[in-house]
Design a binder for this molecule. Structure first.
Ligand SMILES: [Fe+2]
Ligand SMILES: [Fe+2]
Length: 455
């Protein structure tokens, strides 16, 4: 097989600077999001420059290209993609944020939030982005929404199956029966043509990390969808949507395996580009991150800037817990989680919130000893990390969720500390939530998907 090098990016969520003035309402909106808003155009420019100068054969964009479907954001984004396409073929799919599925498009002026923003409708998206897939398509499928899936050859031996999974018509992301049949026909055709097929869609087909974290972000009836795709012969799927990173495999009851790669958001930590080299022995994945971008005339050191934007979100959540149970639940809900589910754990959350801004590991260990939970912390691990702020562990865990690189990999003391705290939580209240939390934490801090990954 002749080698082909592809570049995947996801969730560019371009937000036009014309939609905000940096005032109070904008600050509130920006502060409740893990990804950036006003900075998106500048981060995208920096990433596209990297892509232009790279040796990749094609650039693939896995949906949510605009912030929330605003026409002006789409128009600015399309101009950027047109520029990139002068250097590299670009293929993209749109997703639900591109047509305002939840009536969100708005602008933020001073203390006012205005809803008077023209948006693109789902019926317009296929033609709007015609030159990035539909135009070159070998075959195309239009869904009941008017959005499209398509196939296109992206290397001598490689074919892209770009799927739009916006609303299957059965109450969630996925595919109608007709859409599945088109996919199965495309897989059969690719086999006949001797092409390796690589899939791209927006919503994950596997609950990465832990279903508690990502189950709600997947296509509806994910095991059925993954089975059907695997049984059709699809081996690889690249996805976005969660703004988290992971690689996992699923085997259908018929014994066919599909591997899904979740690419993080380009405009939030870790601002990744996944370079994927297709070779005889599999797909070799390398992650490159945006390191610098220029914002308001200043050069920004992207990684610490984006990491801080993400962890500030967490700090505000903990501040909410210090205010009240309802405030905590509201702030969790604003992040897209089921805030009310966590209300009955507030009696555990509150003491942790009190320690969050001031305690180091030594203090935490003392407090846990005082309340009879000292046995859950390994003394040698406590000694090793005695002076490290408790908050740093929480920040690192959050960043590990986003970048798929567990900070506890190869560090037994680190793992013992984090899992010791999780065990103590289970001891205080053993319920599905704390048990899931412990399992999710274990997956997060030991995640090790990406270094020299070959799938
Ligand atoms: Fe997104
Ligand atoms: Fe999304």
């Amino acid at each position: 097989m002749k080698e082909t090098k592809l570049a995947f990016i996801a969730d560019t969520h371009h937000f036009s600077k014309t939609l905000a003035d940096g005032g109070r309402q904008y600050q509130l909106r920006s502060g409740s999001d893990q990804k950036c808003l006003m900075e998106t155009g500048d981060i995208i420019d920096a990433a596209f420059e990297m892509l232009k100068n790279s040796d990749c054969d094609a650039v693939l964009i896995a949906g949510d290209v605009s912030d929330d479907g605003e026409r002006v954001s789409h128009e600015e984004f399309r101009e950027k993609v047109r520029e990139l396409q002068k250097s590299k073929p670009v293929y993209l799919i749109t997703a639900t944020h591109d047509w305002c599925s939840d009536d969100k498009p708005r602008r933020y002026i001073g203390n006012a939030v205005l809803w008077d923003v023209p948006v693109l409708d789902h019926t317009e998206l296929r033609d709007f982005y015609y030159e990035f897939g539909p135009k070159q398509a070998l075959s195309e499928f239009r869904t009941h929404l008017g959005v499209c899936s398509f196939t296109v050859d992206i290397g001598p031996d490689v074919r892209l199956l770009a799927l739009n999974d916006d609303q299957s018509g059965m109450g969630g992301a996925g595919f109608s029966e007709e859409h599945f049949q088109w996919i199965e026909a495309q897989m059969a055709k690719a086999k006949e043509d001797g092409k390796l097929v690589i899939g791209m869609q927006h919503h994950p087909i596997i609950a990465h990390i832990h279903p508690m974290l990502t189950g709600g972000s997947c296509v509806k009836d994910r095991e059925m969808v993954a089975s059907r795709l695997a049984d059709a012969g699809l081996r690889y799927m690249f996805e976005g949507h969660t703004h988290m990173q992971a690689i996992d495999s699923f085997t259908s009851p018929n014994g066919n395996t599909i591997t899904s790669v979740n690419v993080g958001s380009l405009v939030g930590y870790p601002a990744p580009i996944f370079y994927v080299t297709v070779k005889d022995d599999g797909l070799h994945i390398e992650e490159e991150r945006v390191q610098k971008f220029t914002f308001e005339g200043k050069e920004i050191d992207a990684q610490p800037y984006l990491a801080k934007h993400a962890t500030d979100l967490l700090d505000r959540l903990v501040e909410g817990a210090l205010i009240s149970k309802d405030e905590f639940a509201d702030r969790l809900s604003a992040m897209g989680l089921k805030g009310n589910d966590f209300k009955n754990l507030y009696f555990i959350v509150y003491p942790f919130a009190k320690l969050y801004f001031s305690a180091n590991v030594g203090t935490l260990a003392r407090v846990m000893r005082c309340v009879g939970l000292g046995r859950f912390l390994d003394p040698a691990a406590v000694a090793q990390y005695r002076n490290k702020p408790f908050r740093d562990f929480v920040h690192e865990t959050w960043l590990s969720i986003l970048d798929g690189r567990g900070k506890g990999v190869g560090d037994e003391a680190y793992q013992k500390l984090v899992l010791g705290v999780a065990d103590a939580l289970v001891q205080i209240r053993s319920c599905k939530l704390t048990l899931d939390l412990r399992q999710a934490l274990r997956s997060v801090i030991t995640a090790d998907y990406f270094d020299d990954a070959v799938i």
